[in-house]
Design a protein around this ligand. Structure first.
Ligand code: SAM
Length: 246
């Protein structure tokens, strides 16, 4: 799929400005997002990677949606994106934040191979990928408690997600969950889970999103600080996590 480059850049700049991100990106980065969009929407014609098929909506609901939380990732952090799917927030973060070192993890090989191929196409040397289930990979000493940040978007409700993500985070590191309007209730329902997994009580931030024609989307970011190591018992097998969330 071909997308008019000037129209894309103009739309991206206006959407970024509208959402308080105007100074965060240079033109070269926006051109990289243009290349990503053409590639994503072309591959999407054959393999179902995203239900969002219009490039203007991809800018807003995939790129800006991920980037409104970009200030939550500390400078130079190592980040694991659990359940990255077709690369969200992995790809927008890798483009917008070259200081980060990002690992995109997903259980579906097809999606991981799309993300790896895209990183190569776009020359993103700060991105690596891993195929596997989070609850298995988190038991592997090479990855457990090894990351400054674990993050996720649209994978599971917070009590389940915390069990999949917090084991990857080093003590004093962060778990950053990108959520919609349910963030507040999800955080309330994770009050027991978070300390059991080594986290603090978590904090909720409103990170709203607006389209160029005035549509607004509730969007929240939950930030959990890890205060102590996660007990070896966690994460449990996925069936147990789902059947009996902490
Ligand atoms: N984060 C992406 C986004 O926001 O577009 C993808 C969201 S998609 C709805 C959920 C993804 O989580 C899927 O790609 C799925 O394979 C992955 N996933 C779900 N449970 C997982 C697990 N236990 N370990 C690894 N990946 C998982």
């Amino acid at each position: 799929m071909t997308i008019d480059r000037e129209a894309f850049i103009d739309n991206f700049i206006r959407a970024a400005e509208k959402n308080g991100l105007s100074s965060a990106l240079n033109e070269e980065q926006i051109v990289t997002f243009h290349k990503l969009s053409e590639h994503l929407l072309t591959v999407n014609e054959q393999f179902n990677l995203t239900a969002i098929r219009e490039w203007e909506r991809v800018i807003l609901l995939h790129y800006i949606d991920c980037l409104v939380a970009s200030s939550f990732y500390p400078e130079g952090a190592t980040v694991i994106d659990v359940g990255c799917g077709a690369g969200f927030p992995t790809l927008p973060l890798a483009i917008a934040r070259p200081d980060l070192r990002i690992t995109g993890l997903d259980s579906t090989a097809k999606r991981v191979s799309f993300v790896a191929g895209t990183a190569e196409l776009l020359g993103l040397s700060n991105l690596t990928t891993l195929t596997g289930r989070a609850e298995d990979v988190a038991k592997d000493a090479r990855y457990r408690e090894r990351f400054d940040v674990a993050t996720a978007r649209a994978v599971a409700a917070l009590p389940v997600l915390a069990e999949l993500c917090l084991p990857f985070v080093r003590t004093e590191g962060d778990f950053v969950a990108l959520k919609g309007k349910s963030g507040k209730e999800e955080l309330a329902s994770a009050r027991t889970a978070l300390p059991l997994l080594g986290g603090d009580g978590g904090r909720l931030f409103d990170t709203p999103l607006s389209s160029l024609d005035g549509e607004s989307f509730s969007h929240t970011t939950v930030l959990v600080k890890k205060s102590k190591p996660t007990p070896a018992l966690y994460p449990r097998a996925y069936g147990k996590i789902l059947k009996n969330p902490l």
